[in-house]
Write a new protein. Structure first.
Length: 249
């Protein structure tokens, strides 16, 4: 009995150490905003991302990269696509298995209208702790579903679910040929029951616009769908153009 108890205590200690190691390995991505349209910079503990094809901002020129994390359609995603088309602006949609299967026509529309359809993983799990094999399953599954449903090949750009990442994850996706794309501006737009007012959102976004910006917007947001036409018009008036991720990398 003493041996069993000792074994259980040792196993628990090992498990605890493993969990602590895993927790330390995971980083929640964030970026600090700066005043006067200055370009944000990464915190020191995240700068290793460049070693593994990780990007968070473009060149210091008047270009904005429009990116959207799209897990499902609620009427607003298609409004976003239509507004981009109106301005001739190309965006990147990081999609999940769900939207590819349930709203295939909309995802086809994204691709056929010249937007980039990229990998946000199949199931939106925290992938920081995954082995190389587990990571490959998540990405390849979405690639396969996209190919099966649309006949097209998914672009090799990846955005970590919930912005959670690790050195291990970045290496795994880089080994699979992916570039990992974070962002230099985002705001609290994801809660459909707590949407910011259009005036507030427009001011916040324009006040923080900067050269080489990679903006993350959730296209399910009614506010974003309502204000995107105004934003694109304002950016155009300020001399910004809209770049693609192919150009970025």
């Amino acid at each position: 009995m003493k041996k069993i108890i000792s074994f259980l205590i040792a196993a628990t200690a090992i498990s605890a150490l493993t969990c602590q190691y895993a927790a330390a390995e995971c980083t929640d991505y964030y970026i600090m905003r700066k005043k006067d349209h200055a370009r944000p910079t990464l915190e020191p503990d995240m700068r290793y991302m460049s070693e593994y094809d990780g990007y968070y901002i473009g060149k210091d020129e008047k270009v904005i990269y429009l990116t959207f994390d799209a897990g499902y359609e609620n009427g607003n995603v298609e409004r976003i696509v239509d507004t981009l088309d109106k301005h001739g602006a190309k965006g990147t949609f990081f999609v999940l298995d769900n939207i590819v299967r349930r709203d295939t026509d909309l995802v086809m529309k994204m691709a056929e209208h010249g937007h980039t359809v990229a990998n946000h993983s199949a199931h939106h799990k925290n992938m920081s702790y995954m082995t190389a094999e587990e990571c490959e399953i998540e990405l390849r599954q979405l690639e396969s579903v996209y190919k099966e449903m649309t006949g097209k090949t998914m672009a090799k750009f990846f955005r970590p679910p919930e912005g959670k990442f690790s050195r291990r994850l970045l290496k795994n996706v880089s080994d699979l040929g992916y570039k990992t794309v974070f962002w230099s501006f985002a705001y609290a737009d994801w809660d459909n029951n707590k949407q910011p007012s259009p005036d507030y959102a427009i001011k916040l976004i324009l006040d923080n616009t900067h050269n080489g910006e990679i903006i993350l917007l959730h296209p399910t947001s009614k506010t974003n769908a309502d204000i995107l036409d105004t934003l694109l018009t304002k950016w155009e008036e300020q001399g910004y153009r809209f770049g693609t991720l192919d150009e970025l990398v």
